[in-house]
Design a protein around this ligand. Structure first.
Ligand code: ADP
Ligand code: MG
Length: 363
């Protein structure tokens, strides 16, 4: 891992993008009490940009002159990093822009990437201020490593870039329903889980995927999806009006409790979905839970997720497959989907992993 890392040349000019509404609304306070003293101690220079509204940071990085910045630091939750990433992908010079390391400093209610990076570094599991201190320390050290990204395309023509997850069903509903409890910080997900258990729903659709195992022996699909939006071409995907390539696997069941694709180890600071995941492992870790599972089993699965032992419960309805690409076609627009924890209207979606597309400050 160390050989893949590079040291950023000094002195660095860092742009800190901060969402004052993140999490419990304390991001600015955390910056002044924890981050700034550590940066000063390390002799770092920085500029602070406080967002005033959603998409403010996205517009700034999409249209702004980035040449003056070496590293863009996001002090917020996963949502603001998702904005910044998609803003960068909308640039003409997206390839060059993605070579600048990004950094996530956790100050939101969902800090999954920060928790994952802390885990990859071999650190013990920590929350809140301790996680922020660890991540600020990584920033001061300045090591960065490549990170895989997933491009997602929808039937209505949207194209999105994702560093964390795509989901439909139970987990996505918890994420969205618990938004109103964001003042609870990370505990919002526990409250949301209990609430959604009471209102358990079935999600009907067709799921297909390209397993990691078979993908290496097969040449790319003939009619690869050309991008009209910039960004890399999706060589593994074909347009929605064509069936998935014949070497893909089509899931026989069509009734699900949840479908969740994650590309990092952690889904939240308290949820370890894939302990073995890496920043770049060319994999989308795909989970699906078939209908027919009791509320009690579902609750047990969620409690096991804290430590990442949910697969050890060998629940027959829970499936896990590492894949390079997937397609999900809902039969009805039930609930919302989520991308990196942010809502997406329910419609057919397909995605594929792009190896080492950006760089991120890591331990
Ligand atoms: P959290 O982890 O608490 O959800 P995020 O950083 O993920 O925190 O931000 C949540 C949402 O807030 C994102 O969708 C982002 O676009 C939006 N946002 C960014 N800046 C602001 C702002 N100044 N006011 C309100 N919302 C904002
Ligand atoms: Mg968020």
């Amino acid at each position: 891992v160390l050989s893949a890392q590079l040291r950023a040349p000094r002195p660095d000019a860092w742009l800190h993008l901060l969402n004052p509404q993140s999490g419990t609304g304390c991001a600015l306070q955390l910056f002044h009490s924890i981050v700034q003293p550590m940066l000063v101690e390390a002799g770092m220079t920085f500029t602070l940009f406080v967002t005033e509204k959603p998409n403010h940071a996205r517009e700034l990085v999409r249209a702004g002159d980035l040449s003056q910045w070496d590293t863009m630091v996001v002090l917020a939750g996963d949502g603001l990093l998702y904005e910044v990433l998609n803003g960068l992908m909308e640039r003409q010079d997206w390839q060059a822009a993605l070579q600048k390391p990004l950094c996530t400093l956790p100050a939101g209610s969902g800090n999954a990437l920060a928790a994952s990076i802390n885990h990859y570094a071999g650190n013990t599991h920590v929350l809140k201020e301790k996680l922020l201190i660890n991540c600020t320390y990584f920033l001061c050290k300045g090591l960065h490593a490549p990170m895989d990204l997933v491009s997602l395309s929808t039937a209505s023509g949207k194209r999105l870039f994702s560093f964390l997850s795509f989901g439909w069903g139970f987990i996505s509903d918890v994420d969205i329903a618990s938004e109103k409890y964001r003042k609870l910080g990370n505990a919002r997900f526990t409250v949301g889980t209990v609430q959604q258990l009471a209102a358990l729903r079935v999600y009907k659709g067709r799921l297909a995927y390209l397993p990691v195992e078979t993908s290496s022996s097969v040449v790319p699909a003939p009619g690869a999806l050309r991008s009209s939006h910039g960004g890399p071409e999706d060589s593994l995907l074909v347009p929605f009006d064509q069936p998935v390539p014949s070497h893909w696997t089509i899931v026989p069941e069509e009734e699900f409790i949840l479908i969740f694709a994650i590309y990092q180890s952690h889904l939240g600071a308290d949820f370890t979905m894939v302990p073995k995941a890496k920043l770049h492992d060319s994999s989308i870790h795909l989970f699906y839970l078939k209908a027919g599972v009791s509320r009690l089993v579902l609750l047990k699965l969620f409690l096991a997720m804290e430590k990442g032992t949910h697969l050890e419960l060998t629940c027959p309805q829970l499936h896990y497959i590492p894949v390079r690409a997937f397609r999900l076609e809902p039969f009805a627009a039930t609930g919302l989907m989520t991308v990196d924890g942010e809502p997406l209207a329910c419609e057919p979606v397909q995605g594929q992993v792009h190896d080492q597309l950006c760089r991120i400050i890591s331990g």
